[in-house]
Design a protein around this ligand. Structure first.
Ligand SMILES: [Zn+2]
Ligand SMILES: [Zn+2]
Length: 280
């Protein structure tokens, strides 16, 4: 892993950032059953600076400048683990693409303060405010609804459930069978992932997640927090491409150039439906 500081965020020194990145990478490779040496040998340039956090090929930007009242090292670890998870995993539907990094980055670090996305999800489901997981398989829906914060919470909790139930190695293996949607084939087919986990339908995974949540104690403080928050208005999220999750302006994706087909993405898990779509 190469390392550079484009801009020194306050109070985060290079040695600490380097150590946090190395420790996070080591932890994540263990979660997914990837040989650590193999991951370490893969080229990765980590740029710590300002301007947002994202992975572009083998260049990873981490921007902890918005740490607010949180210690900057802690916020850096959260973002770094999130982006490293993106870097380690193959493409997947938005629910998993963001949910896995949210669980292993955001929830992992926040849980040290006693917060748990499982507990949040338990309360959201109780109040009927949990976003529908099936709808979050589509990138466009996921990113449009993301500003509420509840999208990341339920996606993270659902992915945490998958990791706890099936183990990271099997989850990663199941993602490898996923064929990302393209302009030629604008279909998000979760079937291979679902079957890779040994279940017949996506809804069976959702049921398993609900059963796990139902066994947790409902936190009345979270219920109150959510009820108070729901009064606030939510700003809409960014419009993103269903195919590659790139930013969309004037109905065209800035990253992959997709245009008209942005509106025609189909989510399925049925192999027959998939072949029918293909011949339309
Ligand atoms: Zn992300
Ligand atoms: Zn795109």
């Amino acid at each position: 892993m190469e390392f550079s500081f484009e801009c020194q965020p306050d109070k985060l020194d290079a040695a600490s950032a380097r150590a946090i990145a190395a420790t996070s990478l080591c932890r994540l490779t263990q979660v997914f059953g990837i040989p650590t040496q193999q991951a370490m040998a893969r080229p990765l340039e980590l740029v710590v600076g300002v301007g947002g956090s994202q992975v572009l090929g083998d260049r990873m930007h981490v921007d902890p400048s918005a740490h607010g009242r949180r210690p900057v090292a802690q916020y850096f670890e959260q973002l770094c683990a999130h982006e490293l998870t993106h870097w380690l995993l193959p493409p997947s539907p938005a629910l998993l693409w963001e949910g896995l990094p949210v669980w292993l980055g955001d929830n992992y670090v926040r849980s040290r303060n006693g917060s748990s996305y499982h507990d949040w999800s338990r309360a959201l489901v109780e109040l009927g405010q949990a976003p529908h997981l099936h709808e979050l398989l589509r990138g466009r829906t996921y990113y449009l609804e993301r500003p509420s914060g509840y999208v990341d919470i339920v996606a993270g909790s659902f992915c945490g459930f998958l990791l706890e139930r099936y183990g990271g190695a099997r989850v990663r293996e199941s993602l490898q069978a996923f064929e990302p949607p393209s302009q030629m084939r604008p279909i998000v087919d979760v079937g291979p992932i679902v079957r890779g986990l040994g279940v017949a339908r996506f809804s069976a995974l959702v049921d398993g997640w609900h059963d796990m949540l139902a066994q947790r104690v409902l936190d009345p403080a979270l219920v109150t927090t959510i009820q108070t928050r729901s009064e606030r208005s939510r700003s809409p999220g960014r419009l993103r491409c269903d195919l590659c999750f790139g930013p969309v302006s004037d109905e065209r994706c800035a990253d992959c150039g997709a245009g008209a087909d942005l509106r025609t993405v189909v989510v399925t898990e049925d192999a027959r439906a998939r072949s029918n779509c293909r011949h339309q």
